[in-house]
Design a binder for this molecule. Structure first.
Ligand code: EPU
Length: 441
């Protein structure tokens, strides 16, 4: 039996204050990789993905795919996934419950093999995360869906013509129905779709596999699937949230960094804000340069999180750390995950002055942060604690970093390259299998 990947609970030890200086490469986007890997279920031909980040969520999804019969080849330059036959229509519950994106398998498996069953998914602790849009969407597409206390079974033949309007914008909800529609011979119309770059990349992948999609990058998609799709090759887009995290880290520490292999336009909602604080952001040959050496934090800010192209909820915890350094009272309105504020209690232990009344928070600055032992509670919360550690005086110990390594590749290595005194506590990730050859830095 194959050994499942372990996430050893470990800690980062970080000594501040630091100034980020130097150059790193940004990895491929975790949230683009996950649905693109699931697209391998739509064809018996191989799918080659490049620029795949070596993060735990990707490893977990690869394990889930392997557990149902998908062949995974880790190569120097990327990953090849191929689903010729299925060993099992029900991925193991323990793996499925490790990550929410595993729910993406349900529709594609039913569309290709006629039936699928999934446990309800797990994921980060960021408040309630229902899957009702996924289920209602599959029903609207014509499938039979039966839910019980443990999971969902999908069967039956989809309709030739169907339409579903998302009540609210949902990223994986949109991706799930796009993937499923890829094998439906007929027309599926999806309305109020998510516009995230990761959704656009998934559409482009499916088009290259033979699906007709009108309206890519808009809120209404018209999808005409095929019975058989072909294999394809795709380079995953840069991770905009990883990019934004290092941009905020640079600004926070008034540093200057070159971020290679990334794009500025994906994080416009962030960069527009930073210009008001005299941060220079520009493209120079193959890098995004962030020059915060003349940054002035002389006024507060307001952040309202929204679906793309609004300010991303996945950068909000990190931006909140910057707010602790802004003069005056900054405010946050969290519109995507109203209860995503667990990190605030930890930031307060480092000296931050923050009031929370979900979905709103007020941050009073500037505050002198100091090192403390703090607990990572979810992926982006963990990143915010690392950023706080950069400006804190003394040593910050961040425990439970297994949340962080779900989505950030080699963060310790990258921060060390940016001249930060950070290390991992001994019982670390060396226990885990890596496919690190796909990365450059
Ligand atoms: N929602 C429902 N019902 C559903 C689906 C969503 O009510 O069936 C609600 C959610 O509760 C939330 C809102 O709709 O209030 C938006 O959730 P969405 O479905 O867009 O989130 P997601 O697809 O589960 C993805 C990312 C998250 C990111 C959100 C928002 C992946 C694998 N995950 O989650 O990423 O925060 O979109 O942009 O793509 C992360 O990377 O740290 C992360 C949490």
């Amino acid at each position: 039996m194959k050994e499942r990947s372990r996430t050893t609970e470990s800690a980062y030890i970080l000594t501040g204050p630091a100034t980020l200086e130097g150059e790193i490469s940004i990895d491929g986007a975790k949230n683009a990789t996950l649905p693109c890997l699931v697209a391998s279920l739509l064809t018996d031909e191989p799918l080659h993905l490049y620029n795949v980040p070596d993060v735990v969520d990707v490893r977990t999804l690869l394990e889930i795919l392997e557990s149902i019969g998908v062949k995974v080849f880790r190569m120097e330059e990327g990953i090849r996934v191929q689903c010729e036959t299925l060993m099992n229509q029900e991925p193991p519950q323990d793996l499925v419950q490790k990550m929410r994106a595993s729910f993406l398998l349900l529709g594609p498996l039913s569309a290709r093999f006629g039936r699928a069953r999934m446990a309800f998914p797990g994921g980060c602790q960021i408040g309630p995360r229902p899957v009702n849009f996924h289920i209602d969407g599959l029903i609207a597409l014509g499938f039979q869906v039966n839910c019980d206390e443990k999971g969902v079974t999908v069967s039956g033949k989809p309709a030739k013509q169907s339409e579903y309007t998302f009540p609210n914008v949902s990223v994986t909800g949109t991706e799930h129905l796009i993937l499923t529609a890829g094998l439906i011979q007929g027309e599926v119309v999806l309305k109020n779709c998510a516009l995230e770059p990761e959704v656009v990349q998934l559409c482009e992948l499916l088009v290259s596999m033979g699906v007709d999609i009108d309206g890519i990058g808009t809120k209404t998609l018209r999808i005409r699937g095929k019975k058989y799709l072909r294999g394809s090759r795709l380079t995953i887009i840069p991770d905009r949230i990883e990019t934004g995290t290092y941009v905020i880290g640079t600004v926070l520490t008034r540093g200057k960094t070159r971020l290679r292999k990334t794009e500025m336009h994906f994080i416009q909602a962030l960069t527009e804000k930073l210009e008001a604080y005299h941060v220079d952001l520009y493209k120079e040959s193959d890098a995004l340069v962030v020059d915060a050496t003349n940054a002035v934090f002389d006024h507060p800010d307001t952040v309202v999180t929204e679906p793309y192209s609004g300010f991303p909820t996945d950068l909000r915890a990190q931006y909140m750390v910057l707010m602790t350094q802004l003069e005056g009272k900054s405010t946050i309105q969290e519109n995507v995950f109203p209860f995503r504020f667990n990190h605030v209690y930890e930031l307060r232990r480092m000296g931050a002055h923050i009031d929370v009344d979900p979905p709103r928070a007020s941050v009073y600055g500037p505050a002198n942060l100091y090192g403390a032992t703090v607990r990572a509670t979810d992926l982006r919360a963990s990143a915010s604690l690392v950023l706080a550690g950069l400006i804190a005086t003394g040593t910050t110990r961040i425990i439970d970093i297994h949340h962080l390594i779900r989505g950030y590749a080699r963060m310790v290595e990258k921060l060390q390259a940016l001249k930060v005194h950070i290390r991992m506590e001994p019982a670390d990730l060396t226990l885990q299998p890596r496919f690190s050859s796909v990365h450059t830095s």
